[in-house]
Design a protein around this ligand. Structure first.
Ligand code: SF4
Length: 370
């Protein structure tokens, strides 16, 4: 979640993905109010939809803005587009191409907060990308709640690969195109092809994997099996071995036995997951998983720690293989950035943010190639 604004206005953009995120939202609201007692404090984002009663009941909150309306300046009455931060403050551009989700994963509260999947038209996305390139950015990251479902609701139902191809073809000067989290079950042939052969498509795939156990995946109502994930990653790596793999994973989903947890753990090494987002299961109100037999919270925590440790081991071994390699790195601060495969890398001090430099690391320091 994010709090920002001006002296007389505070905006809290909230998240509801876990109960921890909601707790942090409430904490952010209280802190922001304490630091600025006279400002107008507005809350938007998923928690303000999903936990509407709780958030609007907080004495610190002056009002809520519907998540759908938050990008419309009229909803705020006070924020004009010209007041937005200039994009050049950032090193990479995040372009949201889709919002909402049509799926019903049993642990997920997002469809309640964001509604059904809505895709932006290709022309609209291209205009956005052009604006970022004009502002001097070299990397664009495509984002969405269910990114790879892009297109389902557009005329002719184009697949996501078509949007990616249109961006690459429309902007030959764009050095790097990256995707946020994708659903392995929705990777179409064109997307697969571009990910494996197009050098400007970053060799970095982040899967919305959630679990390595088939029974848990079924109870989550995910649309892939363990073997589906393994087959997809194997075929991607056969054609592009340098791909850095990331995954979202949930520890301690209800009914998860020790054996199921072992399957979750073992898929980390089997796939070579080096960028792991591990979430301890957190029951979200109104979701079917709330009614399933829960795993003891202490066990959920220890399983999450085990998953994180396994990812850290994979990551350390992977970073070792990159020592001595020539890496192209986008500088995000004046002394650090990320390689194409999303490995964190130190760049020579004073490097201009947003530029791409070639670096050959000689060691690892605190998880970063130096
Ligand atoms: S696909 Fe993603 S956003 Fe949609 S319900 Fe499942 S977890 Fe939530």
């Amino acid at each position: 979640m994010l709090a920002g604004g001006s002296d007389d206005l505070i905006v809290v953009n909230s998240c509801a993905v876990t109960s921890e995120a909601v707790r942090q939202t409430r904490q952010t609201i209280r802190r922001a109010r304490k630091a600025n007692p006279s400002a107008r404090l507005l809350v938007t984002g998923c928690a303000s939809e999903v936990e509407r009663g709780m958030i609007s009941g907080m004495p610190e909150v002056d009002g809520l803005i519907a998540n759908d309306a938050k990008l419309d300046p009229r909803a705020w009455n006070v924020i004009a587009p010209a007041q937005r931060l200039p994009q050049t403050r950032y090193s990479r551009a995040f372009v949201q191409v889709q919002n909402g989700c049509d799926h019903t994963c049993t642990f997920c509260v997002i469809p309640q907060g964001r509604g059904p999947s809505r895709s932006r038209a290709i022309g609209d996305v291209l205009e956005d990308v052009a604006r970022h390139i004009d502002a001097g950015l070299h990397e664009v990251v495509l984002t969405g709640v269910d990114l790879t479902s892009w297109g389902n609701d557009l005329p002719g139902a184009p697949q996501f690969g078509r949007l990616v191809a249109a961006i690459l073809a429309g902007f030959p000067q764009l050095a790097r195109l990256r995707l946020s989290s994708i659903d392995g079950a929705e990777v179409d042939a064109q997307l697969f092809e571009l990910t494996t052969v197009e050098p400007r498509m970053m060799p970095h795939v982040h899967l919305s994997l959630q679990s390595g156990d088939d029974m848990v995946l079924k109870r989550m109502k995910r649309r892939h099996s363990r073997q589906d994930a393994i087959t997809l990653v194997q075929s991607l790596r056969e054609r592009r071995p340098e791909i850095g793999l990331g995954a979202d994973m949930i520890a301690g989903f209800p009914t998860e036995s020790e054996a199921m947890h072992r399957n979750n753990l073992s898929i980390i090494a089997e796939l070579g997951i080096v960028h792991g987002h591990v979430f301890p299961f957190s029951p979200r109100p109104g979701t079917p998983a709330v009614r399933m037999p829960a795993v003891d919270p202490t066990r959920v925590k220890s399983r999450a720690a085990e998953l994180r440790k396994a990812v850290a081991e994979q990551r350390e071994a992977w970073l070792q293989t990159l020592i001595g390699e020539r890496l192209s790195v986008l500088a995000e601060t004046d002394d650090s950035g990320h390689a194409e495969n999303f490995a964190p890398v130190k760049v020579p001090k004073g490097t201009r943010r947003g530029t791409i430099v070639t670096v050959t690391p000689s060691r690892i320091e605190q998880g970063t190639l130096v």
